[in-house]
Write a protein that binds this ligand. Structure first.
Ligand code: G6P
Ligand code: BGC
Ligand code: BGC
Length: 923
């Protein structure tokens, strides 16, 4: 509209045309003036109605409501955090659209040092009208040309330049560097751009230009650049307001409130695009005939109605239309008009701002009207200033109503009674108009009294802000690359998992043949799963998991269990064997007393969840401790004897230890009681392991060729021979070296609950040292072993947890983190637990395939009894295990049964079977 008058004559050259009829008298004149200016008066109630209606539209749009289409678009910008102040580097910024018929190129250096600013270098280029209305390619080629013209003048190297593209039009963004233009505004109407990715169009133009290799890292709306550019004062700016040729605002919204984003974590900057607000109910009453005329004659009639009442591209035009009207009414300029006055766009924003200047305004009015070929009288000058004031006051008030709506929306989403917020303001109307900002601020305080708002004028029109976003985008992109590099070894593909499965099959075969193997494949002397005829009361002990339990198991037609949990202090678990077994017997005696069983000698089944070479059902030589146990004088001993000796030491206690079983076997038996197809036991808890029913013919060292026996694989030790080295990461090595059994239980240390938290902790320390997390600040607490519990993974990865809860868990740990950090911690947890579940799945696939081949079956249907805190509590572990088994053992239909009563019940059932079999042999 820059002086694109429909008459096409140059300003001031035109002859005056004056109305023939007589001029109105003074009272009629003032009435005409009042009636005219009154139209621009907006009442507080009208402003509140606009505020309320805009707020309603904003919340509708956030909820993703499609019909009726909300009056404002609320576009996510993928800017998820306000500046850290640590951003640094040199960036090129290209601004297109913020200031109408000009584009600006800047060279911005960010020092990363709070308060240390390097003045950006910039150059402005006027965009020819025909380019603004021509083909899109022409516009982007023009932009690329300006870029290289600017860079030619800068002492910079031509490679690896990073550019932030400030594109001030409504766009659907699908990433920090992907943005599709919805519609042009503000005098632009290039063809072939709407619906296109403007970053790609710029990249193509830069490539066509071929002068520089420039990486377009981010595309930003000018309001976002303004918000991000404000100096981080007491609090970062979380709202960006621009009133230049157009007008718009952005603010930091909770991501979970933005329906289109399937993200319920962190915050995201939303570009409101309030220029398109047009709720007839709210706006209708304040729209004047001049607004309708302006809209009708604009490039985009019916669109951007709100913007056309506020934006600098339109204020001058509104004033012109009012002046022309008053002149025609004979109230102004003696009823004379001039071709320039009747030419669209002949009064610019600058003119209006100058004419309103309290000190030089009157003189400027004279000069400007003379330039328009008019000869204003003194009263004309005053009236013209009133007209300017009326138009601009209304614009500032309407803008305030819109801003008040944004503040209310922010208050709602933060669930805060009172809101303290900093608003960054930018644009020539804010910068140059003498009263716009004061009217705006005054009206905001009126409409949003519960908000304590500080207005921070942007220092360089958002160029720095765009560089900040580009720096953040570049930093996030760099961090993302480092995060991906760090987590890549945890992302196991099909071939790697199939290799683990094949490795495990080989180790199983060697272990069964009694050859050296990291899988000991220990016979358990459990030959049959329960057949339901078992009966009686049994005592059971369950040692080796998170809790030590003593159970009374009553087997009738069903199974009743009474149990008590006792703790095993670390001092006992790592003290002397005698101490440990005396502690166990103390617990049994305490339980018997509580259950009124004292003096009774019930058959006892002992779930002992450590690798034991069993010589019989009630004889198990402990091969080595695992899972943080290290009681002395036990390894190499028969633990049943150790228990019996402790019983003996504690006179007056009668116990009949019948069976010792591994927790995998107890779990298989316990689930087998409900589902006879359950022939595999799996534990994924503190430790991990599996057992299954193997053919006796395949078991060297166990007499008999027919029938089956349950094999305790002790797969926790898989890979202790180095066969998993290709998968082991530096973090696994750190966890292993810091463990009390370095070099041992390598498979377990990649899978089980005792170690996953530690793997995550080591990865977080590594990412912190790379500066990717916690701004590179090493956090003392994170240096503490076992501070990051595995249960945090289960909590953090649960779908229902919004990021703020993730943050809460981590903040409880004393980790000061941003939402980007929290998102990365989440990804680390996901990668570590996913690998664990997949490795576990590869192990189960090896076992079910072994059973299928054992039985020469095309298809095998089998159930797996599972227990263990990690498997049970982690939100995705079990489904990932099942998916991996389906992928690696497609000819097996595997049902996973979560054991309800733990393996204590299984131990009792093994004891019951043993007693039943013993009964049979006795008769
Ligand atoms: C259940 C079983 C125990 C087993 C444990 C493993 O509690 O009854 O025998 O050792 O699960 O899981 P955890 O997570 O406790 O190590
Ligand atoms: C555009 C917005 C922009 C505003 C201020 C409006 O016309 O739609 O994207 O932020 O002008 O430049
Ligand atoms: C032990 C196994 C046990 C597993 C699960 C491992 O550390 O060696 O015997 O089954 O943990 O508790």
């Amino acid at each position: 509209m820059d002086s694109i008058g429909s008459s096409g004559l140059r300003q001031g050259e035109e002859a005056l045309s004056c109305s023939e009829e007589g001029l109105p008298g003074p009272s009629e004149s003032s009435e005409l003036v009042q009636e005219c200016l009154q139209q621009f008066k907006v009442t507080r109630a009208q402003l509140q109605q606009i505020q309320a209606s805009l707020l309603g539209s904003m919340e509708q749009a956030l909820r993703g409501q499609a019909s009726p289409a909300p009056a404002v678009r609320m576009l996510p910008t993928y800017v998820g955090s306000t500046p850290h102040g640590t951003e640094q580097g040199d960036f090129v910024v290209l601004e297109l659209g913020a200031t109408g018929a000009s584009l600006r190129v800047l060279w911005v250096t960010l020092t990363g040092i709070e308060g240390h600013r390097v003045e950006p270098r910039s150059q402005e280029f006027v965009i020819p009208q025909e380019v603004m209305l021509g083909a899109g390619q022409q516009l982007f080629d023009f932009a690329a040309h300006c870029l290289s013209e600017f860079l030619d003048a800068q002492p910079v190297n031509k490679q690896g330049l990073q550019l932030g593209f400030s594109f001030s039009f409504p766009c659907h963004q699908t990433g920090l560097d992907r943005s599709t233009l919805i519609s042009w505004t503000k005098g632009f109407r290039c063809s072939g751009v709407e619906g296109q990715d403007v970053v790609q169009l710029l990249r193509d133009a830069i490539r066509r230009q071929g002068a520089y290799s420039i990486d377009v890292v981010a595309v930003v709306n000018d309001t976002v650049g303004t918000m991000m550019g404000c100096e981080p004062g007491v609090r970062p700016c979380e709202v960006g307001l621009v009133v230049d040729t157009g007008t718009n605002a952005c603010y930091m919204e909770e991501a979970r409130h933005v329906a289109v984003l399937d993200e319920d974590r962190g915050r995201v900057c939303i570009s409101v695009e309030w220029g398109s607000f047009s709720d007839d109910g709210a706006l209708g009453p304040v729209l004047t005939t001049f607004d309708h005329t302006l809209d009708h004659e604009s490039l985009n009639p019916g669109a951007q109605r709100f913007e056309k009442m506020i934006g600098g591209l339109y204020l001058g035009e509104l004033v012109r239309l009012v002046l022309a009207h008053l002149a025609r009414c004979g109230v102004l300029f003696g009823g004379c008009t001039s071709p320039a006055l009747l030419s669209q766009g002949s009064i610019l924003l600058e003119h209006v701002a100058e004419m309103e200047d309290p000190s030089t305004g009157a003189a400027r009015v004279h000069a400007i009207l003379q330039d328009l070929g008019l000869s204003p009288g003194a009263s004309d000058v005053e009236l013209v200033q009133h007209v300017c004031a009326a138009v601009c006051t209304r614009a500032a008030q309407l803008c305030a109503a819109a801003l008040a709506a944004v503040l209310s929306c922010l208050q709602h989403s933060r669930e805060q009674q009172t809101l303290q917020v900093a608003v960054a303001t930018g644009g020539r109307v804010c910068e140059r108009h003498p009263r716009f900002c004061s009217v705006l601020q005054g009206t905001v305080m009126l409409l949003a009294p519960e908000c304590d708002v500080s207005f921070i004028p942007s220092v360089d029109g958002g160029g720095r802000g765009v560089a900040m976003v580009t720096a953040v985008a570049a930093r996030l992109a760099a961090h993302r690359r480092l995060l991906e590099q760090t987590l890549a070894p945890f992302r196991l593909n099909h071939d790697q998992l199939a290799a683990v499965q094949a490795q495990m099959r080989k180790a199983m075969a060697k272990g069964l043949r009694g050859e050296a193997s990291s899988l000991r494949m220990l016979p358990t002397f459990v030959r049959a799963t329960p057949d339901g005829s078992e009966r009686g009361d049994f005592l059971a002990l369950d040692l080796g998991g998170t809790n030590f339990r003593v159970l009374l198991v009553r087997v009738t037609t069903g199974v009743q269990i009474t149990s008590e949990i006792y703790s095993i202090p670390e001092t006992v678990a790592q003290g002397s064997g005698q101490q440990l077994f005396d502690h166990i017997v103390d617990c049994i005696v305490d339980f018997q007393q509580k259950q009124g069983l004292s003096g009774q000698s019930l058959p006892l089944g002992f779930t002992f969840s450590f690798p034991c070479r069993q010589l019989g059902l009630d004889q198990g030589i402990l091969l080595n401790w695992t899972k943080g146990f290290k009681a002395s004088d036990c390894e190499g001993q028969d633990v049943v004897s150790l228990l019996r000796e402790a019983i003996t030491r504690r006179q007056a206690v009668e116990l009949n230890v019948v069976a010792i079983v591994n927790d995998t076997v107890g779990t298989m038996m316990s689930c087998g009681y409900e589902d006879p197809r359950c022939e595999i036991g799996l534990i994924v808890g503190t430790g991990t392991n599996a057992c299954y029913m193997e053919e006796l013919r395949n078991m060297a060292g166990v007499p008999g060729d027919s029938g089956r026996m349950c094999i305790n694989m002790e797969w926790g030790a898989f890979g202790d021979d180095g066969s998993l080295a290709m998968l082991s990461t530096r973090f696994d090595a750190s966890v292993d070296q810091a463990s009390i059994n370095p070099g041992k239980q390598r498979f377990e240390k990649m899978i089980s609950g005792m170690y996953l938290g530690e793997i995550v902790r080591h990865i977080l320390l590594h990412l912190t040292s790379l500066g990717v997390l916690f701004r590179g600040q090493q956090i003392q607490r994170l240096q503490t072993r076992d501070i990051f519990k595995t249960k945090f993974l289960s909590e953090i990865e649960s779908d229902s947890l919004a990021l703020r809860q993730v943050r809460a868990i981590l903040e409880d740990l004393g980790l000061p983190l941003t939402s980007d950090d929290a998102l990365m911690v989440l990804e680390v947890c996901q990668a570590v637990s996913q690998r664990a579940a997949q490795l576990c799945g590869a192990g189960v696939a090896a076992v079910v395939e072994k059973i299928r081949e054992n039985r020469g079956l095309e298809e095998l249907a089998v159930s797996v009894g599972v227990d263990g805190t990690l498997y049970k509590l982690h939100p995705h572990f079990s489904s990932l295990v099942a998916a991996t088994v389906r992928e690696l053992a497609p000819r097996c239909v595997v049902t996973f049964l979560q054991s309800e009563d733990g393996s204590g019940k299984g131990a009792a059932l093994v004891t019951a079977v043993a007693c039943r079999l013993a009964q049979l042999t006795r008769v």
